[in-house]
Design a binder for this molecule. Structure first.
Ligand code: GLU
Length: 470
């Protein structure tokens, strides 16, 4: 039986979570979860300046919002520095690494000379083959004794076999002169120690994979399965950057896309399952595989995201939409909507909405309290004649059974008696019930608000001049 799958997301704290990182996390999460495996989180926090508690929190927050739960505690790469150094020393002992005493100036001089002679400027340390007895008592870095001939082949699950000539790869530094590990060493040791079986990450790390593979080989550790996924591009085909608009996961949360929609959309960015655009988590878990990842960069398409978001809102349980709206409101700097008032409105508004902001806006009629303030257009719809009509409607509504059929019957009949189109009657009703002219259907609103509240609002609008002009 093959070993259980263990994947990881290994973000460096940057202060926010780029959606490329979020997508990488999602791919790793889907891959592990569908196989009963583990999905681990490692914070690559060796850059002391950038690795603030807030930056780490942004990583946790981004993953949590997306609903990507990780197994166990997050690993701090910085905490493992001693272990990284220990491995470098093991490599020294086994001869897979050596002490290099060349100064920065000497390395520069080597490069100058190579450049002048038209040779490769890759540094070749003169200390590679100096026996220990002849080594000075001076500061040194530890370098990998990398193979100088042959090839390093990354058998990549997405890119296919990618071949690197070993004479193009220098003896990379593993430990700096101050004894701190380099990034390349840290990643390999951590991936090994965490038992990572599949490294799924952006293809900007493909060159690193060649170097990392050499460290795995030097230690006699099996390499993980590599899967380097194409980066996300903007609509113009260029690498996604701030120029294209929102790049951070939290920005998408603040734009009002529910996390389920974001997962769906991010999964489709670079991965496909036939022509399926809209799918559930369960389907994504069932379908996701490395085979479905394309080699061409995916382009971010906000229109598509909006469409998928609309489909998810239609499909989501009302209570889940309310919870998502409550999470969303403060992100957008809105007042917190009243969950109890929002819940009954959600089923009548959700079909027409693509974002959580639209859900709240369209549910406004249920969130406002009496007296409902009419905006300018709505106030105009409440002219004296219209208010008179609302007054006439009231006694009928007092005795009606509160069903859609009955309400439609009453309003329809009054419209007929007055020789007015239903629209003419609906306008003051909308204005009275919601204070707006663009609202869900008047019958939906009446049913959500109930008899008492409906009559109260009609009464307010009919008695106190809604137009506030007379
Ligand atoms: N820390 C790297 C990054 O944020 C990822 C390293 C890796 O996945 O191996 O891009």
């Amino acid at each position: 039986m093959s070993a259980p799958v263990v994947t990881r997301i290994a973000p460096s704290p940057t202060g926010y979570m780029h959606i490329g990182t979020a997508r990488t996390a999602l791919f790793n999460w889907l891959f592990a979860r569908a196989r009963g495996g583990k999905f681990l989180l490692r914070v690559e926090d060796t850059d002391k300046q950038r690795s603030t508690p807030e930056a780490t929190e942004a990583i946790y927050g981004g993953l949590r919002w997306l609903g990507l739960d990780w197994d166990g505690d997050a690993v701090s790469q910085a905490d493992n520095a001693d272990r990284h150094a220990e491995v470098a020393h093991q490599m020294l002992a086994s001869g897979h690494a050596y002490r290099c005493y060349s100064s920065q100036d000497e390395i520069e001089a080597f490069r100058e000379e190579a450049r002048a002679a038209g040779r490769s400027t890759l540094f070749q340390s003169p200390w590679r083959d100096v026996p220990e007895a002849d080594q000075p008592d001076a500061p040194f870095v530890v370098r990998l004794r990398a193979p100088r001939s042959g090839e390093t082949v990354i058998a990549d699950a997405v890119q296919g076999d990618v071949t690197f000539r070993n004479d193009q790869l220098d003896d990379m530094v593993l430990l700096r002169a101050d004894g701190t590990p380099t990034y390349m060493l840290a990643v390999v040791v951590d991936d090994h120690d965490m038992g990572i079986t599949h490294v799924i990450r952006g293809d900007d790390h493909l060159n690193n994979a060649a170097r990392q593979a050499q460290i795995f080989d030097a230690m006699g550790w099996p390499q993980p399965v590599w899967a380097h996924i194409p980066l996300i591009h903007g609509a113009d085909g260029k690498k996604l950057s701030k120029r294209h608009g929102a790049t951070g996961v939290e920005e998408y949360a603040a734009l009002g896309f529910p996390a389920a929609a974001m997962r769906n959309y991010l999964a489709r960015l670079g991965w496909s399952h036939g022509d399926d655009e809209f799918f559930t988590d369960a389907q994504a878990l069932e379908w996701f595989d490395l085979d479905g990842i394309g080699r061409a960069p995916a382009r971010l398409d906000l229109k598509k995201l909006e469409n998928i978001s609309g489909q998810h809102l239609s499909a989501m349980a009302d209570a889940d939409i309310v919870a998502a709206a409550i999470d969303f409101a403060p992100r957008d700097g809105r007042p917190m909507p009243d969950a109890d008032a929002l819940l009954p409105a959600v089923p009548v508004v959700k079909e027409a909405c693509k974002t959580l902001g639209q859900i709240i806006d369209r549910s406004r009629f249920a969130l406002v309290t009496r007296p409902v303030e009419a905006d300018e257009k709505a106030a105009k719809a409440l002219d004296p004649v219209s208010r008179g009509i609302l007054n006439e409607l009231t006694p009928h509504l007092q005795t009606a059974s509160w069903t859609r059929d009955a309400l439609e019957g009453i309003v329809g009949q009054l419209a007929e008696e007055k020789g007015l189109g239903l629209g003419k009657l609906a306008a003051p009703l909308r204005a009275a019930l919601a204070g707006r002219t663009a609202t869900p259907s008047v019958f939906d609103m009446m049913l959500v608000l109930g008899r008492e509240e409906t009559l109260g609002r009609l009464g307010d609008a009919a008695l106190e001049p809604g137009a506030q002009t007379s």
